[in-house]
Design a protein around this ligand. Structure first.
Ligand code: ADP
Ligand code: SF4
Ligand code: MG
Length: 349
């Protein structure tokens, strides 16, 4: 769905989430901005360590200590039309706990990060349902079985009484998704949900998420290392580098005509999309992400950028600014550089 008329559901502006460690300050998220509309699917890509997971956890207010959101806003549109700044809510207060799981849910690469090993699948989903919905335990059990069926879980009536270790990895992934969807969230945050799965299960889970998204009309923020999955799953992409969104655009435009040198490097560093294998780290570009304890001044990408100008790039931080219809990029020379893209199929454009 490429619906720019829908309302803005989540608007992250200049978000900063830092880790104060004995070795120094890590600016894991360092001024990131991102807009997500109702019902939209947005992919987030970028090399490991660029702050994708920390940004997503910041939305849910579940950044592990010593991480802390210290600046910026996360404006979220409540179902009643009110806007609330999630960044201002106490991390364990009643309002964020109502929103977390009830309106915004998160799924992870590793299902055991949200499933408990000592409770049955059913009791965990029932717990989530009764926390957020006014139903009896009997009704909640029925809803839990229905949700398991919706995520194409085989034999949901039996699985509901089983423990996570009694089922396969792909089924655990489905159980986690079922738990996340059980309260019909308006926003699903998926942090590399299929990276650890084999090709067949990955394809099934992705197809499932697409179907559920259409059925529930929820928005999805989706982190993946796989540009093939981006092309298949989403209509809008945000590229992150060193804690900042450096480019955001509709998928076709971003693939065909990248505006930021980092995006260009990512697109051209991957094997052709037809050749990928699941679990492979697809993105690797020359040089490496700088040490988080010593961020480069100026544009954070200047140490690896072939278009670095020798002065401004090394001293002045570029702003995220509009570069065409619905697009933004954070480069002093965005729109002026000749950056070749690729097609959705991965061919050079
Ligand atoms: N507990 C922590 N202590 C210190 N730094 C951390 C911690 N967790 C994450 N970071 C740092 O935050 C940055 C962003 O990490 P992350 O969001 O996990 O990256 P991504 O998901 O893009 O791979 C990295 O530099 C990482 O080292
Ligand atoms: S601002 Fe300069 S260093 Fe940064 S991406 Fe643009 S050209 Fe490269
Ligand atoms: Mg991550």
């Amino acid at each position: 769905m490429k619906d720019t008329a829908s309302r803005i559901l989540l608007e992250i502006r200049d978000l900063e989430t830092h880790y104060d460690t004995p070795q120094g300050l890590v600016r894991a998220v360092d001024g990131a901005s991102l807009t997500v509309r109702e019902g939209q699917t947005v992919a987030i890509v970028g090399e490991s360590g660029c702050g994708k997971s920390v940004m997503l956890r910041s939305i849910m207010r579940i950044v592990p200590k010593p991480g802390r959101t210290v600046a910026g806003t996360i404006r979220y549109l409540k179902p009643d039309g009110r806007q609330v700044d999630l960044a201002q809510l106490p991390v364990d207060g009643p309002e964020i706990r109502r929103i977390r799981g009830g309106e915004i849910s998160m799924i992870f690469q590793e299902p055991m990060s949200s499933l408990s090993p000592v409770h049955t699948i059913g009791s965990q989903i029932i717990e989530a349902i009764t926390l957020h919905r006014d139903v009896t335990r009997g009704e909640a059990r029925r809803l839990a079985i229905d949700t398991l069926a919706k995520v194409a879980m085989p034999r949901p009536e039996q699985i509901v009484d089983q423990y996570p270790h009694e089922i396969s990895g792909g089924m655990r992934q489905r159980a986690m998704i079922a738990m996340a969807l059980s309260c019909e969230p308006r926003l699903l945050i998926a942090d590399e949900p299929t990276t650890a799965l084999d090709v067949t299960t990955q394809a099934q889970i992705l197809a499932l998420m697409r179907r559920l998204q259409q059925e529930f009309g929820m928005a999805i923020i989706f982190v993946t290392h796989d540009l093939g999955v981006v092309a298949q799953m989403t209509e809008f992409v945000a590229v992150m580098y060193m804690g900042q969104v450096v480019e955001a655009a509709p998928v076709d435009e971003l693939f065909f005509a990248p505006r930021h040198p980092y995006t260009h490097a990512l697109l051209h560093s991957i094997p052709r999309l037809g050749q990928r294998k699941t679990g492979e780290r697809l993105m690797s570009i020359p040089g490496s992400v700088p040490d988080p304890y010593s961020r480069p001044p100026g544009c954070p990408f200047h140490t690896r950028c072939v278009h670095e100008d020798g002065w401004r790039c090394r001293t002045e931080l570029p702003e995220l600014r509009p570069v065409g219809d619905g697009r933004t990029a954070r480069c002093h020379y965005a729109g002026q550089l000749d950056l070749a893209g690729i097609s959705r199929q991965g061919k050079s454009a």
